[in-house]
Design a protein around this ligand. Sequence first.
Ligand code: SF4
Length: 381
Amino acid sequence: MGPLTVAIKSIFRRLGQEIVVPPPTSHRTISLGARYAPELVCMPFKVTLGNMIEGLERGADTVAMATSHGNCRLGFYWPAQEIILKDLGFQFEMIPINYDRPLEFVGEFRRFGGGKGWKDVLPAFMFGIRKLLALEELEVLCMETRPRERESGLTTRLFRKWQAAVDNAPDSSTLKQVRQQARKGFLEARAESREPVARIRIVGEAYMMAEPNVNFHLQQKLGDMGVETERSYWLGKSVVRAIRLDRKGRREHEKAIRDATPYMRYPDLCTGCQSIGETIQAVRRNFDGVILIMPFTCMPEVLAQSVMHRVSEDHGIPVLPLPIDEHSDEGGISTRLEAFVDLIVRRKQLKSREALAGTGAAHSARAFGRGPTTTERLGAG
Ligand code: SF4
């Protein structure tokens, strides 16, 4: 899942364990997972099943799988995957890691740690998390730099260079230096004369957002079209939030859930509500559009999608739902993205022409079909 491999590799190596890294997710990985998974299960199940098969083929004897108490299918992934893989004849131990329970979560790493105690496990864990946060910062720098890059392809080259430097950093002080140099390098890669054509916020299902080999390199594609993007989900932040170290992130999360309340009666019960709240936040933060990325049969995000057109109308922001499954093809995704970017760029131009002509935002909202808000429809209070 995105840069998680580097972090997990670092933690286990520090604990003296041998790590078998499966090959990066490819067409073969997805085909393998889709072949042995139940047909209608969500896509991350299929992809991670394919990753497990490829890791076991390389000789792994233990599989660690994230799980949660959430109200979607993630909690069922590991037992179902264990049954499927054992039916296929693989011999291994499956270890679920529950990131809803902070102490248990960190404690699970002790089980792999070859008898190491907390004094070894905690620093190894924190160093792995620092690497994860560093890699995610590199992704943010890419999202800001790519639409402004002074030479085509420079952002991608810088990303690869600094990604390898983070992976190889042996200690925290080297990691700190790498982060500082990377920030400087990305700033220097920007051309002062270039500004993004639009700003898009990406919301939706966490796995699809974080794994570029599954989301068809969405961030890179948009960046190459001159769009600055921002992702609402970061794995590093969510781990830090799970271990209760990120109060600001927790407050933002709670606020997003509150914002979604007019659209969902029981917002706490559905992670898709977060996507609704984050879309409303995107309006306040002047984004030009929102992309809702989701696996085709994802339960929480299908719920979010069902009310997203109303959120879009009420708040006057274009939203592109982007369901992806193993049958999606790159050409189709690119065409939809190009059409969406065209739409929001023209909308932005129209709005600024109206502002210049003094007709105001109200007319522009009407031109794009903005009706009364849900609160207005339901009546005050
Ligand atoms: S959030 Fe959606 S895709 Fe992810 S595990 Fe749950 S149901 Fe599946």
